[in-house]
Write a protein that binds this ligand. Structure first.
Ligand code: ATP
Ligand code: MG
Ligand code: FE
Length: 344
């Protein structure tokens, strides 16, 4: 099917168009620069930016794909989770386009879309698979038996999300927002073994209760203490070494628990999605650990890991192919849409 996907859950206005598993267009307008000086996304600013960017981004996607709205088989839109006002813009636009062009509407889960986007890169996902979802607001391990009907959570973060940890540590180090990309770059020039930072929830007692859960707030605090101690002593902060050591701690835990989840579930495919999946070191560490057990790791190219419309179109396409029911035109934006619900 030819499916158009609309994404507005945070600060990216995305419109993607796919045919089956083939990506035809992935147009994005970001308001990230408008938020940078606040050190985080400002909801009202994001909503206004979506309103302004929606129509031009839609036009750009259609032009790139060389199709018109009349050609598409379905319109998919992120129904949640995300910022309420931001989601509303995308959902309202999707309804308007669906009514105007008389197309079925699919409200989809943004997090499931972060997993589904890999199909555009590597084709259908072998099921069952384990998904490591690591983004700005979420960090979870999921068992994917059938992406069209839902996922089973195996574990979640008990405090900060992985992306949030990157953003907070970047701030501590004086690096810009969002923190993932600058930490990734700084870490390439640093020594990941120079500082030993804690690996959350990996001790024997923690593993009993939190085998597949994550915790990053202790790590963030440990980095803050370490940096403060340096500053108090009047010594320079070795930003590259701190970035590399912090990143190593995060990747180490993510990869270890993801591989453990695959082995425990008897699953041979690990798919990684969400903004943190763009991290260059996570790809390497996950590959290395998984290879020992014959587990295949699938990670889409970095541009598809962070928020975009193509991921929404990818999940929409999967749902259409699976014969899923379209959403009603009363589809609400659900800022707290649970991970286990694929369509709204
Ligand atoms: P969610 O998907 O949970 O609703 P979100 O949509 O805001 O959150 P994403 O766009 O999926 O989040 O991911 C953004 C996060 O990814 C940010 O925290 C950012 O720092 C992080 N990130 C982006 N690139 C990298 C990278 N190369 N290394 C590490 N983290 C990264
Ligand atoms: Mg973003
Ligand atoms: Fe996201």
């Amino acid at each position: 099917p030819l499916v158009l996907g609309i994404e507005t859950s945070c600060d990216e206005t995305g419109v993607g168009i796919v045919r089956g598993h083939t990506l035809l267009a992935d147009a994005i307008a970001s308001s990230v620069d408008e938020h940078a000086r606040f050190g985080g996304v400002v909801p009202e600013v994001a909503s206004r930016a979506h309103l302004e960017a929606m129509v031009p981004t839609m036009q750009r996607a259609l032009d790139t794909a060389g199709v018109t709205l009349a050609d598409v088989d379905a319109i998919a839109v992120t129904a949640g989770p995300g910022l309420a006002g931001a989601l509303l813009v995308g959902v309202a636009a999707a309804k308007a386009y669906a009514v105007a062009a008389d197309k079925p509407l699919y409200g989809v889960n943004h997090l499931a879309a972060h997993v589904a986007v890999d199909t555009l890169e590597h084709g259908p996902l072998p099921e069952p698979a384990v998904a490591l979802l690591v983004s700005g607001g979420h960090s979870s391990l999921l068992l994917v038996d059938d992406l069209a009907s839902g996922v089973t959570p195996l574990g979640n973060t008990i405090d900060d999300a992985a992306g949030e940890a990157f953003d907070k540590v970047a701030r501590l180090l004086g690096l810009p927002f969002p923190g993932g990309p600058p930490i990734d770059r700084a870490a390439r020039e640093g020594d990941p073994a120079s500082i030993s930072f804690p690996r959350g929830l990996t001790g024997p007692r923690d593993l009993e209760r939190h085998r597949f859960d994550f915790s990053f707030s202790g790590l963030k605090t440990a980095v803050a203490r370490w940096v403060e101690a340096r500053q108090r002593a009047g010594e320079p902060v070795p930003v590259n070494d701190v970035a590399a050591s912090f990143q190593e701690a995060v990747c180490d835990v993510l990869a270890a628990k993801a591989v453990d989840a695959c082995r425990t579930s008897g699953v041979e495919t690990l798919v990684i999605g969400g903004g943190v999946a763009a991290n260059s070191r996570l790809r390497v560490v996950a590959e290395q650990r998984a290879a020992k057990y014959g587990i295949t790791v699938r990670v889409p190219r970095p541009k598809l890991c962070t928020d975009n419309g193509a991921m929404v179109a990818a999940l929409g396409s999967h749902l259409v192919a699976a014969g899923a029911q379209p959403s009603s035109l009363d589809l609400p934006a659900d800022s707290a849409m649970p991970l286990t619900v694929v369509t709204g």
